[in-house]
Design a binder for this molecule. Structure first.
Ligand SMILES: [Mn+2]
Length: 348
């Protein structure tokens, strides 16, 4: 070890458990909750679920997100298409800030500037193994399939929910269930445990309309998502004996099929589910010379380590990074070279 290259740590975060979280939430009165940009059902489920919990405790709480809310998720926030800072009531002044399902400040999108500085956020509630420890306090459960499971546990500490005489209110159960269903891959991913199902059971016992939730999440694909799939199949290529699938979208693809960023999120799952594929890669344009890479893998293949070598992160089987390069072909070459190494390490 070279002591010369010790990282410079700006501040130290305090790790707290759900019980300590519950006590801390009792103490203050006005909470601002931050979801990550390009929101998924987990971050929104956490944000809305926690907001409803705090309101039930008599607190004032609001939830914001820097990006557009995709239509399939807007049922979580009263069909709104945005939850922006400037839409907060003018008489709301927060005294504490909480981030949910946010692994690093950069994931706050444009809100990374006002809120992302080290130690500015009071509490980070998260389940990413790569969590950066940027908040004053961190409540982290890296083994949980969904971050909403952690919100559920915090809520259980506060309200002592039980199925007979203290059921979870539907307006809390619904967003938590939506996050749990999607982040667990409909209860298919390796991170799903008996505890995951116990929490799901408690959420369903609220009487929430779970079929309406899953219909909205999975049952009705917007035409734009179908066009994204069509574009993906046209570009679909295989590497390393068909064990790696790859799709690369250019600005031209986005224009030709009239796609928006939120239409193309599911392409990665589509190309991961092909028989024999261990690792899937989706390269997406994000402005001049900038490419966003999403990766998925089957268990045992660590795509988080691939993304980490490009400054990104995520989970072992679902990760992402942003790469600056001259063109998509160069990105592809660099990513595939690193994947080749991971395949060698994994398969010896
Ligand atoms: Mn999550």
């Amino acid at each position: 070890m070279n002591s010369m290259i010790e990282p410079t740590k700006k501040h130290v975060t305090v790790q707290i458990d759900p019980a300590a979280c519950a006590r801390w939430l009792q103490k203050h009165n006005n909470y601002l909750i931050l979801c990550h940009a390009n929101p998924d059902a987990d971050t929104l489920g956490c944000g809305i679920g926690l907001m409803e919990m705090l309101r039930l405790m008599g607190k004032r709480a609001y939830c914001i997100c820097a990006s557009f809310i995709p239509h399939r998720l807007s049922f979580l926030c009263e069909e709104r298409s945005t939850m922006l800072l400037e839409q907060l009531p003018s008489d709301f002044f927060w005294d504490k800030i909480i981030s949910v399902d946010v692994a690093a400040p950069s994931l706050l999108g444009s809100y990374a500037v006002p809120f992302g500085e080290d130690g500015y956020i009071d509490l980070a509630i998260d389940h990413h193994g790569t969590h950066a420890g940027f908040a004053k306090q961190t409540c982290l459960a890296p083994t949980f399939a969904a971050c909403t499971e952690l919100i559920f546990d915090i809520g259980s500490e506060i309200f002592a929910w039980n199925e007979t005489d203290r059921p979870i209110p539907k307006q809390i159960a619904m967003p938590l269930y939506a996050g749990l269903s999607t982040d667990s891959g409909s209860f298919k991913f390796g991170a799903v445990t008996p505890q995951t199902h116990h929490r799901a059971a408690a959420l369903l016992a609220s009487g929430m309309a779970h079929t309406a939730v899953t219909e909205r999440l999975y049952g009705s694909k917007p035409l734009s998502a179908v066009m994204a799939a069509k574009a993906a199949y046209e570009d679909l290529r295989f590497f390393f004996d068909n064990r790696v699938s790859l799709v690369s979208f250019t600005e031209e693809t986005m224009k030709r099929y009239r796609l928006h960023d939120e239409d193309i999120d599911d392409v990665i799952n589509l190309i991961r589910s092909i028989q024999g594929v261990c690792i899937a890669v989706h390269i997406k344009p994000r402005g001049e010379n900038t490419y966003k890479i999403s990766m998925r893998s089957i268990e045992g293949y660590d795509v988080c380590s691939v993304c980490a070598s490009f400054g990104g992160g995520g989970h072992p089987c679902a990760a992402g990074c942003t790469v600056i390069a001259e063109d998509a072909a160069q990105v592809e070459q660099r990513i595939l070279a690193r994947i080749g190494e991971v395949l060698n390490e994994t398969e010896g």
